[in-house]
Design a protein around this ligand. Structure first.
Ligand SMILES: [Zn+2]
Length: 393
């Protein structure tokens, strides 16, 4: 039996208000794995954080099961497609990092929760001479790390004492949403930095990224107010929270200044978080019903396709009464095409089979209508597009 989070992982308050319960026995992970446990989200009325239930055995999951992008060296994710140009996640993260931190040769950097270290590698390529170090909670990425960072600059589970006070910059890309005790981890980051050192972190922004709300491996759904609280409680100052430079994410920077904790967040900001959380809960509670209600009849249908082989696409597949009617997933990412998800092939959108009569838009609702309307087969006779949510316009 999964219990709602009873204590806020950011500020340790017990004033938690339940806002969402999936009512399911299993939940999807951010890597589209089906894992045991319901997803429950609670709102912290002290700091405005949204805390979620997590995977059953966290240590084991990250040691062996969280296998992100382990297929090859250059595998990446799509951040955005502009015309025919694909902007990868690491390229965009690099551009953002350049704008926030003074990257220079010889500065000592640690990538905290680096996984395969694709981003650390991108940084070392972009800034030759930078002194890169790596930290994560799994040994399974070491063969990737060994290709560009010496063993003495790698740490798994614990960092050596000699690393305390050593770093000019600590980066963390999409790691803190997974960490059950973010308060301990941010204190760890503060300890590793030199006085005046910079911490640069990117985490999902649940208000622009509905998937973040229900994936079982994201135990933290940070808000502006909760991430500010996390940082100030560990002695960070000069905190900047950028909600616009990375779609669906918060870019947070702060300097280790030893500044005392700041005043509590204002009630209006927290009320807005609670209202948004309730909207997300409503969205996910009705999305599954909406998919099933739109399912074509068993006879007389040419089959269906799901556009998007990421989380939203997986969610649709997992909630169909007859998932076997799905002929394929469609995905514009060259790293996804040719693979499969739930034993169903992933193909380029242009290759949509002619007999398919239903396409489910398995995309972030914020962009789904725009993406579907720009497809070469948009408006094809007899083709129906099913959305998780009506267009906002
Ligand atoms: Zn809190």
């Amino acid at each position: 039996m999964v219990e709602a989070p009873a204590r806020c992982p950011v500020c340790h308050s017990n004033e938690m208000v339940p806002v969402y319960h999936s009512g399911t026995k299993t939940s999807l992970s951010s890597l589209c794995q089906i894992l045991p446990g319901a997803k429950i989200v609670s709102y912290c009325s002290e700091c405005g954080h949204l805390a979620g239930t997590g995977v059953v055995d966290t240590d084991q999951f990250y040691e062996t099961d969280y296998r992100i992008l382990l297929d090859d060296d250059e595998e990446d994710q799509v951040y955005e497609i502009r015309g025919d140009e694909i902007i990868s996640r690491t390229d965009h993260q690099m551009a953002v990092l350049h704008g926030k931190a003074g990257l220079a040769a010889n500065i000592r950097v640690l990538d905290y929760g680096c996984a395969k270290a694709a981003m650390a590698r991108r940084i070392t390529r972009g800034v030759p001479g930078i002194d890169m170090h790596l930290f994560d909670v799994s040994h399974m990425y070491e063969t990737f790390w060994d290709k560009f960072v010496a063993r003495e600059k790698q740490a798994v589970h614990r960092t050596p004492e000699a690393w305390d006070g050593r770093f000019d910059l600590v980066t963390s890309f999409f790691a803190f949403e997974h960490i059950p005790d973010p308060k301990a981890s941010i204190a760890h980051v503060a300890r590793l930095l030199k006085p005046g050192g910079l911490f640069h972190m990117i985490v999902p922004d649940v208000t622009g990224n509905a998937a973040d709300f229900i994936v079982i491996d994201h135990v933290n759904h940070f808000t502006r107010s909760s991430v500010a609280r996390l940082m100030t409680d560990s002695g960070f100052g000069e905190i900047d929270i950028d909600t616009t430079s990375y779609r669906g994410a918060l870019i947070v920077t702060g300097r280790k200044t030893g500044t005392p904790p700041s005043a509590p967040v204002n009630d209006a900001e927290k009320a807005e978080v609670l209202a948004q959380a309730r909207e997300l809960a409503q969205f996910w509670s009705t999305a599954a019903d909406r998919i099933r209600a739109s399912e074509p009849e068993e006879n007389g249908s040419g089959g269906s396709a799901i556009y998007g082989s990421g989380f939203y696409g997986a969610f649709i597949h997992a909630n169909l009464k007859r998932p076997e009617a799905v002929a394929c997933f469609l995905d514009k990412s060259p790293w996804q095409q040719g693979k499969s998800l739930f034993d169903t092939p992933i193909m380029a959108p242009a290759d949509l089979p002619g007999n398919v009569d239903t396409v489910y838009a398995g995309l972030n609702p914020a962009i789904a209508h725009q993406v579907m309307n720009s497809q070469p087969w948009a408006g094809r006779e007899g083709l129906r597009v099913v959305y998780l949510q009506d267009s906002a316009e």
